[in-house]
Design a protein around this ligand. Sequence first.
Ligand code: HH2
Length: 297
Amino acid sequence: MRADILDPIVMGVVNVTPDSFSDGGEWLDPAMAIAHGRDLVTQGANILDIGGESTRPGADPVSEREELRRVVPVIEGLAGAGARLSIDTSKAAVAAAAIDAGATIVNDVTALRGDPEMAALVAAAGCDVCLMHMLGEPRTMQRDPRYGDVVDDVKAFLAARLAFAVDTGIAAERVWLDPGIGFGKTIDHNLELLARLHEIVALGRPVVVGTSRKSFLGTITGRDDAADRVPGTIATNVLALARGARVFRVHDVAQARDALLVAAATLRGRWAPATKTSTTTTSTTSSTTRTAESRPS
Ligand code: HH2
């Protein structure tokens, strides 16, 4: 029995991009993106992660103006939809506009290295921030990535970025950490990070895992179509939960949510019925009560 297993938090992906690796172009129209976000909330998303720039291997950068044009109307349209809103950006101006429009989480795949203004913005806003590991940058990151020991290296990087965040005035309780599955990693790097995820969890901050539909799942299963990688996504999410991960960034919310709720109850050897039915789960181990302001701590 695992009393230490906290309620999983499901972060649904809303990509307002023409070129994302698995759903590029599907939600580029703001009305379509807003409808998709609302649908993900209905499916059980606790957080919606809205992004206007693809970070897939080889992706070209997007201008600030274009990124703002893509994401701000979508965040405005999803404010009050029943989930916390996260902005997936490494640009401070985009994060600032998103926060003004209702976002309360900044998901920065550069871990505050991409824009010198970002750390101060997050500190002043008092929002939550996800710091992700990436080796190199999206255009070139999959060209022969190398580590000493991948888990030790990623853990040391995340510890250093957490210290940097705290030094710039961000409360440690606001920081989430993400090993950056697929960002400058071979298939074996991804698998070793997932197998030893508890070593990252030991840093003491909520760990975010983003395996959803990624290419290493296709390599293992032979599934070329990213939409066919949901079972692989769920396998990694459930195993990550068992190793202490807290937030699961997924495209296929309903399937991931069900699997994670059953996995959490099974690991605990106990199930408590939800007492409220609004849209986001609390961080307690004792129930699946839902509250809009819940966050990992
Ligand atoms: N993965 C992607 C984008 N943002 N953020 C975090 N914290 N962790 C991740 O693993 C992560 C992320 C890539 O997935 P997706 O958004 O579907 O693709 P694209 O970058 O092509 O838009």
